[in-house]
Design a protein around this ligand. Structure first.
Ligand code: GLU
Length: 460
């Protein structure tokens, strides 16, 4: 008995030391990349029991390999603004892990974009894409370009210049970008046009999120937001709850937020708040989606204008305040680290029952701990926001078969995928005695899928 205990302790210590030593190297090599380090730490945090039980991951150097992008491309994006001035932005594409399929992941145009942000997103994407069960590897890209205040012409010229360089590294069987913050239908259109021009051929599956008229999939626009609500609904159902009559807050007001609000409302919830980077709207009667869609999708304006149409609603400066609104369900759909420990404590004090992440890593590590310690149902983004990329993979399938699917088929597939992700996260957590911890469950399920395939494919 004592001998078995000793062996177990030894296995535990070996795995622990291995994780720590790989993390130390990651820290040393990427000292100036806090978001990337946060994402690595968040995954590593869940892996100790997995490595204790499966030393093969250590023996095959999986952690050392999985934290190092297969390729990181950084490039100059020169363009000329409306005044004739030459401007230069920095573009990136990280091809993080191609074990399960062509690199897949969005492009983000936002002034905060840098190597750390792109690497954290690419790392997360690798596990998220694995969770979907589809044949897609992990990638991500973008530029530190701020679309805010730019004219149509400036956005087009910038986007074309970005693609002129990116086109050298992508293709339907190589790497398939899509949208993310600051990259929507308009930008995808320009990106596709420029790719077609410089590549000299029509590769329909080189980008996803395309318009319906030229190879896009029905349901892709709605997919991330709808998928989030399908996931959270599944999680609620397991506890005998639903969206019906619940008070919900959704941060952000982009594509993910809009369609999360739409589906939550359809499921009978009252969504009372949403935000942008300047402030938030509180509408106790429930957010009017028509107004929100018009402001964001047609006028591309700020949500502060919502109150012009709905004078009973309140606009409050500063987006952080949104978490002080009492709610049953919180759906952070804006950006990384938008929900900190203090906000998490406020949500818990106000009786929040479930938190579902629509954005990538919107909750800080300490905030996530607050939810876990207080038995709040907490769905991590890499599981709950996988609906967008999942439907992107369905778009790729439609492009390669040259057959477009009806919306009902896409939506039914999306729902099935989200339920599967939920189930496999639950099962992975249970198999390591971590029931109810969806963070650990999603991390473990995503990691083992990628790691097992990496072992089979050899040291490459
Ligand atoms: N940017 C989205 C994500 O974070 C979608 C990526 C895609 O469709 O490739 O998953």
């Amino acid at each position: 008995m004592a001998m078995i205990m000793e062996m177990e302790t030894h296995k535990f210590q070996t795995a622990k030391k291995y994780i720590e030593s790989v993390y130390d190297t990651v820290k040393e090599r990427n000292a100036n990349e806090p978001e990337f380090l946060q994402a690595v730490q968040e995954i590593f945090h869940s892996l100790l029991p997995v490595l204790v039980k499966n030393p093969k991951y250590m023996e095959n150097g999986i952690l050392e390999r999985i934290v190092e992008p297969e390729r990181m491309i950084s490039f100059r994006v020169p363009w000329v603004d409306d005044k004739g001035k030459v401007r230069v932005n920095r573009g990136f594409r990280v091809q993080f892990n191609g074990t399960l399929g062509p690199y897949k992941g969005g492009l983000r145009f936002h002034p905060s974009v840098n190597a750390s942000i792109i690497k954290f997103l690419g790392f997360e994407q690798t596990f998220k894409n694995a969770l979907t069960g589809q044949a897609i590897g992990g990638g991500k890209g973008g530029a530190d370009f701020d679309p805010k205040g730019k004219s149509e012409g400036e956005v087009m010229r910038f986007t074309q210049s970005f693609m002129t360089e990116l086109s050298k590294y992508i293709g339907s069987g190589i790497d398939v970008p899509a949208g993310d913050i600051g990259v929507g239908a308009r930008e995808i259109g320009y990106l596709f046009g420029q790719y077609r021009k410089v590549a000299g051929h029509y590769d329909a599956g080189v980008l996803t999120g395309k318009g319906i008229g030229y190879g896009g999939s029905l349901g892709r626009t709605e997919a991330t937001g709808y998928g989030l609500v399908y996931f959270v609904d599944e999680m609620l159902k397991d506890k005998g709850m639903s969206f019906e009559d619940k008070t919900v807050i959704v941060s952000g007001s982009g594509n993910v937020s809009i369609y999360a609000i739409e589906k939550a409302q359809e499921y009978g919830a009252k969504v009372v708040a949403c935000s942008d980077s300047n402030g938030y709207i509180y509408d106790e009667k429930g957010i009017c989606l028509d107004t929100l869609k018009h402001l964001k999708e047609v006028e591309r304006s700020r949500i502060s204008e919502y109150v012009n149409e709905h004078p009973h609603a309140k606009y409050i400066e500063g987006s952080d305040g949104i978490w002080t609104i009492p709610c049953d369900i919180a759906l952070p759909c804006a950006t990384q680290n938008e929900l900190n420990e203090k906000a998490a404590k406020t949500l818990v004090a106000n009786g929040v029952k479930a938190v579902g992440e629509g954005a990538n890593m919107p909750t800080t590590h300490n905030a996530a701990e607050v939810f876990l310690q207080n038995d709040v149902l907490y769905a991590p983004g890499k599981a709950s926001n996988a609906g967008g990329v999942a439907v992107s993979a369905l778009e790729m399938a439609q492009n390669s078969s040259r057959i477009a699917w009806p919306l009902e088929k896409v939506d039914a597939e999306l729902k099935k995928i989200m339920v599967n992700i939920y189930r496999s996260s639950v099962e992975a957590a249970e198999s390591y005695d971590l029931s109810g911890n969806f963070v650990a469950g999603a991390n473990i399920a995503g990691f083992t899928k990628v790691a097992d395939a990496m072992i089979v494919q050899g040291v490459i």
